[in-house]
Design a protein around this ligand. Structure first.
Ligand SMILES: Cc1cc2nc3c(=O)[nH]c(=O)nc-3n(C[C@H](O)[C@H](O)[C@H](O)COP(=O)(O)OP(=O)(O)OC[C@H]3O[C@@H](n4cnc5c(N)ncnc54)[C@H](O)[C@@H]3O)c2cc1C
Length: 419
């Protein structure tokens, strides 16, 4: 393999892990990002769950009904806010095409495989670098208030089990045995699923620490630098035009999250990625001994929670409604009302830190990790609701294909044009 100069476009968790893997291969790597540090956009305050045990496709037979109900009810898992936007409607049509049982099973299998593969690479990176990021191993708990919902998902988990992921069924009592911090939850639920191989951690801490390691290996980070366009000559990119001047390299990797489609559209590359908005609140933990020891999801309220050192992160909502990241404290009222009975005994709800992020979703939930139609451009985009889980594996795949090595993972489903 010949070492190249490579520009990674974007310093989220995806771009930074990719830059690290490329630097480990001996390439001369520059990362460009508009923000003043790594992981300042969608990778900033996500739920932190590394969750192969929750790799179900969002596009399922249940999704269209949720979207219709979301027009008059605010409690639906997936909410649709229709916009006068051709991009949104085209994405929606593609999403609806994925909502059959057969497609949902197919997409779940690909996602679950990729998540497990990625987790191995996450462990490899943490072992190589020794970085810490408020990580917790030992499993994640997914609990259900509704008995029918619990039974249905316990059965659906066979899809994950078939791929080698362990998913156990727990009674409410067994769940509290696993995580005593959930004692308030016990009387409220029908049962829980426990994925002992799942884990968690702060994606922002991980990414900023990894960026430092990468810098030590020679990677240059050009922050506060907005990419305007990619300039092509024939079938190759010749330069990246930014507000700080031009950058050139032998090869380019696109990792711009929800902004990826706009940058490559002029090159004739159609990326079916649309933002799915989510809300996040971080609270100080006041009683560590009584707090949950592992992360998880209150499935009926669609509330993810995760202990991160002395903080408790809570996230909710999947809203298909455009690129707006603005929010008001009142937008968080409902999720906080749902979270308070579960965690008021151990977290300080008077000091919330609010945040909104846009998940870069493809219609089938599978990222695009492949060569692009442009000769020297590679794509690592569209990781949707699982980018933290998938980052390390997708970075390894990208480094392999750029090096001309065969990835140790089936990448057929990740190719450009498959979404
Ligand atoms: C509420 C919520 C909860 C989530 N929970 C989880 C979870 O528990 N587990 C999990 O695995 N995933 C989770 N996710 C998903 C995960 O956070 C994303 O998939 C992941 O962060 C996407 O990373 P990225 O690097 O592709 O995008 P980003 O982090 O957005 O990175 C893209 C980068 O590109 C830069 N950029 C964009 N345009 C330009 C430009 N023109 N010029 C220069 N720079 C530019 C941005 O500044 C940004 O730094 C969650 C997401 C949300 C919103």
């Amino acid at each position: 393999m010949t070492a190249k100069s490579i520009i990674v476009l974007g310093a989220g968790v995806i771009g930074t892990t990719t830059a690290y893997k490329l630097a480990m291969d001996g390439h001369d790597v520059t990362v460009i990002d508009a923000e003043d540090g790594a992981a300042m956009m969608t990778s900033y305050a996500n739920a932190g769950l590394v969750a192969p045990g929750h790799a179900f496709a969002w596009a399922s037979p249940a999704a269209p009904k949720m979207m219709i109900r979301s027009q008059w009810r605010g409690d639906q898992a997936i909410r649709l806010r229709l916009r006068p936007s051709w991009r949104q409607w085209k994405w929606m049509l593609r999403f609806l095409r994925e909502c059959t049982t057969a497609r949902a099973h197919h997409n779940t299998a690909i996602k679950a495989d990729l998540c497990r593969f990625s987790q191995l690479h996450l462990h490899r990176i943490t072992h190589e670098t020794g970085i810490s990021y408020d990580g917790e191993t030992g499993g994640l708990i997914y609990f259900y208030r509704n008995r029918d919902g619990y039974r249905a998902t316990a059965k659906k988990a066979d899809l994950l089990r078939a791929n080698g992921t362990t998913v156990e069924e727990l009674s409410p009592r067994q769940m509290v045995g696993r995580d005593p911090g959930l004692f308030k939850v016990e009387p409220l639920i029908a049962g829980a699923l426990f994925a002992p191989g799942d884990e968690s951690g702060d994606a922002h801490l991980f990414t900023t620490a990894l960026a430092e390691v990468a810098r030590g290996k020679g990677v240059t980070f050009a922050f506060n630098t907005r990419i305007r366009r990619l300039v092509c000559d024939g079938d190759s990119i010749t330069r990246v035009e930014t507000d700080k001047g031009d950058f050139t390299a032998d090869a380019y990797v696109l990792c711009l999250g929800v902004n990826s489609p706009d940058i490559v559209k002029p090159l004739g590359i159609d990326l079916p990625i649309y933002p799915v908005r989510g809300y996040s609140v971080t609270l100080p933990i006041t009683d560590k001994a009584a707090a949950p020891r592992m992360g998880g999801i209150d499935e009926d309220n669609l509330l993810a929670y995760c202990p991160m050192g002395d903080r408790l992160r809570i996230t909710a909502t999947a809203e298909i409604g455009g690129y707006d990241r603005r929010f008001k404290p009142k937008d968080f009222k409902v999720m906080l009302e749902k979270a308070r009975p579960l965690f008021a005994h151990c977290a300080d709800f008077s000091q919330p830190r609010y945040w909104v992020g846009l998940r870069p979703m493809t219609p089938n939930g599978i990222p695009v990790v492949s060569q692009s139609p442009v000769d020297n451009l590679w794509l690592n985009v569209g990781h949707g609701h699982m980018g933290w889980t998938m980052a390390s594996g997708c970075a390894a795949i990208t480094a392999d294909i750029i090096a001309g090595r065969t990835p140790n993972h089936d990448i057929g489903g990740l190719a450009y044009g498959h979404n």
